[in-house]
Design a protein around this ligand. Structure first.
Ligand code: 0O2
Length: 210
């Protein structure tokens, strides 16, 4: 086993556990037949190359990765509506299987790139064969529209290494504004959408029973 494999073990375990736990919140809402503020959950361990890039760009020494890079373990929670994000954050604050160490609100304060999302940094205890190890993990909570924009921008960023041609830069800015307006429009018709979703779920259950 390489040094990196060993280093990443608790992070992989944390991502697997957090995905199950946070997906469980969605299942609970579904069982109670109430609108789930969580649409879907994903997670990943940061690739080694990205960890090294981030450390180099921020001048973080390799023996301080654990404390200085907060998103080696990352989980994303996608929501339908902007208001759902706050509901999810309140639920996270009530949990006692981890401790919140920091919250970053890039929704009230969007990044200059146009990026919007709510980040919750947690200290998560992982049970390893050598005892408990507390690691940092980042939970990103965002709407489907915010996620769409961030995913596209992230891949373009990868391609252009942050040096976007002017045309692309402008289009991305416009796309960020469009995503913002989409979230606003959806919030306006939120009740209509939710009624339709309850109706749809009931109908589907009846068809499944037949
Ligand atoms: P990847 O590939 O997703 O892992 P800070 O020192 O707090 O300002 P830090 O530690 O980078 O900076 O934290 P921040 O800003 O909260 O960003 C952490 C992660 O948020 C990023 O991880 C991205 O996933 C996401 N993010 C932040 N800004 C942007 C942005 O402008 N566009 C997109 N698409 N995502 C963003 P990584 O390591 O950058 O990337």
């Amino acid at each position: 086993m390489t040094h990196w494999d060993e280093f990443l073990i608790p992070y992989k375990q944390a991502v697997d556990e957090l995905k199950i736990k946070l997906k469980g919140m969605r299942t609970h809402f579904e069982k109670e037949r109430t609108h789930s503020p969580i649409e879907f959950v994903t997670g990943r361990v940061k690739p080694i190359a990205s960890i090294l890039d981030k450390a180099a760009s921020k001048g973080i020494p390799l023996d301080q990765l654990e404390t200085q890079i907060q998103d080696i373990a990352g989980v994303r929670m996608m929501c339908q509506f902007v208001d759902d994000i706050n509901t999810v954050v309140v639920l996270l604050r009530k949990r006692n299987d981890f401790r919140i160490v920091e919250e970053k609100d890039y929704i009230s304060n969007k990044k200059p790139s146009g990026y919007r999302s709510y980040h919750v940094i947690i200290e998560y205890p992982v049970q390893t064969i050598h005892g408990e190890k507390k690691i940092l993990a980042e939970i990103q909570i965002r709407t489907l529209a915010m996620n769409f924009w961030a995913t596209i921008e992230h891949s373009l960023n990868y391609k252009y290494k942050g040096q976007f041609p002017e045309e692309i830069q402008l289009r991305l800015k416009r796309a960020a504004e469009a995503a913002f307006r989409l979230d606003e429009e959806m919030s306006e018709i939120r009740e209509e959408i939710q009624e339709a979703q309850v109706y749809f779920t009931k109908n589907k259950e009846q068809i499944d029973k037949q």
